[in-house]
Design a protein around this ligand. Structure first.
Ligand code: FNR
Length: 188
């Protein structure tokens, strides 16, 4: 079985270290995971006024999530919380009321920071939101990546073997988590 993983980069930065981390994760992941990015940078700011008539970007967002077996959030921490662009995308996908695209979906959370605590506080914020959205989160292992350009090349090569082994293990656990969730909650 292969699993389709839709992944979110929480940063809109052209030099995002979380985008670098996503490349590393994809290259270290087991071969039965297939990845496609779900873009968030093209969405207008959500308003309930759109509920009756979602714009094409937001329809595409919801279809991409609903067509995935799982979602993976690779995000920076902004001011000890979630970047606004990512929260906006989650708000879009959670609506209109009764049509929450995250219902029962297997989800993973990971992030990189140049700071010492590696997005730990921002991830707690994100987990609270995903909990309310009824996603099935992998809660262990946690992954708080302290980013160093000495370890990650810009195209996502990981030169430190301990870091590579940790990220490889994280993705293997994520695959197992997806398999377990889908056993009891098959995707529609
Ligand atoms: C940050 N940064 C940051 N880092 C952190 O560890 N905790 C934080 O709360 C914040 N807050 C914060 C707010 C804002 C508005 C910015 C722009 C940045 C620093 C952040 O970790 C750094 O910019 C990373 O490079 C962001 O990840 P990307 O965009 O490179 O993937």
């Amino acid at each position: 079985t292969t699993y389709q993983v839709g992944y979110f980069i929480g940063s809109l930065s052209s030099t995002s270290i979380n985008r670098v981390l996503s490349k590393a994760l994809i290259s270290l992941a087991p071969p039965d995971l297939e990845f496609s990015e779900i873009p968030i940078g093209n969405l207008p700011l959500y308003s309930p006024d759109y509920d009756a008539d979602y714009p094409p970007e937001a329809i595409a967002l919801k279809e991409a999530i609903e067509g995935s077996d799982a979602v993976l959030f690779i995000s920076p921490e902004y001011n000890r919380s979630i970047p606004g662009a990512l929260k906006n995308a989650i708000d879009w996908a959670s609506r209109p009321w009764g049509k929450n695209s995250f219902h029962h979906i297997p989800a993973g959370v990971i992030g990189a920071s140049i700071g010492a605590i590696g997005t730990a506080v921002g991830q707690q914020s994100l987990r609270a939101v995903l909990g309310f959205c009824n996603a099935r989160q992998m809660t262990s292992p946690e992954a708080y990546i302290h980013y160093s350009p000495a370890v990650f090349s810009p195209d996502g090569e990981v030169s430190d073997e301990a870091t590579a082994a940790f990220l490889r293990g994280y993705m293997e656990e994520f695959r197992d988590h997806i398999a377990r969730v889908l056993t009891v909650l098959p995707r529609p």
